[in-house]
Design a protein around this ligand. Structure first.
Ligand SMILES: [Zn+2]
Length: 360
């Protein structure tokens, strides 16, 4: 995720904090000091947030390790002020696996609560003193358990992209088609999201953010599943472009401009001899021109983030891979041979054509 501060790798998974988390820390400090609390109390409050932050990371590791058990890797874990995100390289599609991976996160917070419980000092006074964001030595653990239980309840709200939404879809998928299950789960999610936004306007502005986050997440999930199902039964070979222009790494960017002006393509493959080594989009060409002039070699400014797709690969899988790696354009191989290129616009056009021919 962009604008994040890296904390390094833990168990092979990249952990980072989003910069907006720093705003949260700033807000806590401001709230405490402006309420006349001492520096010591303020430090306690910040420490408390940092420990919650660790609980959120552990929650995400719950998802990531459960996914790893099913052979799915996690690209990274990012902590945002509204919670964490584990970026799995793919979403498990078997209902049982999706269920376990979704439950593994909240399960971690349940375990943390069980660990804290024997050390709690629950009296009328400590409960009365539980006034967040004021946390002191007496109420520290009680607050920590409350937050962990809140993380469980909040995440189990049956709305995408919250864990509860995935649990709901997995449970529905045991009995029905995944696309239908997703549509139902996303519909429930959006209904709840509207409720959050209304609640937000009535009092808690934080809920507006969560409502929007859930609403867009549900819509996105629904689109992804719909697209994948529309592409089902097709292979990359069905949409690849066999006729395409290539550039060589040693050619000047001027050659790319020539191709851009002469043809319809917006993306080009860059080769080193017979081997594809990079891509170059229209925007990248324009940027390179303005930065380095017309003589810079293509190899110096190309995008080296190349994802190779295979001609026999299911089209839905290729499309999802392109979404995940945020690439628009990829070389298509058959064995060790380059047989064509594919771009996301091709796939979109292909779907449009399919829709028209299906409905007529
Ligand atoms: Zn979760």
């Amino acid at each position: 995720m962009k604008y994040s501060l890296s904390l390094g790798k833990i168990m092979g998974i990249h952990v980072q904090i989003h910069w907006t988390f720093l705003i949260l820390i700033g807000w806590i400090i401001y709230k405490n000091l402006s309420a006349g609390r001492t520096t010591e109390e303020t430090i306690f409050a910040v420490l408390f947030i940092l420990i919650i932050f660790v609980c959120v990371i552990l929650h995400e590791f719950g998802h990531a390790l459960a996914a790893r058990h099913y052979g799915i890797e996690t690209r990274g874990i990012t902590v945002l002020p509204i919670g964490g995100v584990a970026e799995l390289t793919e979403i498990p599609e078997k209902p049982r696996e999706e269920l376990i991976v979704a439950l593994a996160g909240p399960a971690v917070n349940v375990i943390i609560s069980f660990i804290i419980y024997p050390f709690l000092n629950i009296t009328k006074e400590t409960i009365a003193a539980m006034q967040w964001p004021s946390v002191d030595a007496n109420t520290f653990l009680l607050n920590l358990m409350a937050v962990n239980l809140w993380l469980v309840l909040f995440n189990m709200i049956p709305a995408f992209p919250m864990d509860g939404g995935r649990v709901l879809r997995a449970l529905l998928s045991f009995r029905m088609d995944r696309v239908v299950a997703t549509r139902i789960a996303a519909g429930i999610g959006q209904f709840l999201a509207i409720g959050f936004v209304i609640l937000g306007f009535l009092g808690n502005p934080f809920m507006i953010f969560i409502g929007l986050f859930v609403f867009l997440g549900a819509q996105n999930e629904s689109e992804v599943v719909k697209t994948k199902s529309a592409l089902q039964g097709y292979r990359v070979a069905d949409v690849l472009m066999r006729d395409f222009s290539v550039l060589q790494t040693h050619q000047p960017i001027q050659a790319a401009v020539g191709l851009l002006l002469n043809g319809q393509s917006r993306n080009f493959l860059v080769m080193e001899g017979e081997q594809p080594v990079g891509t170059l989009s229209r925007d990248e060409i324009v940027k390179a021109l303005s930065q380095y002039g017309i003589d810079v070699p293509v190899g110096q400014v190309m995008n080296t983030n190349v994802t190779f797709l295979h001609a026999e690969m299911p089209l839905g899988e290729a499309w999802q891979k392109m979404q995940q790696y945020e690439i628009e354009f990829a070389p298509v191989m058959h064995g060790y041979h380059l047989v064509g290129v594919i771009d996301v616009e091709n796939i979109a056009e292909f779907m449009m054509v399919q829709n028209v021919t299906k409905s007529s």
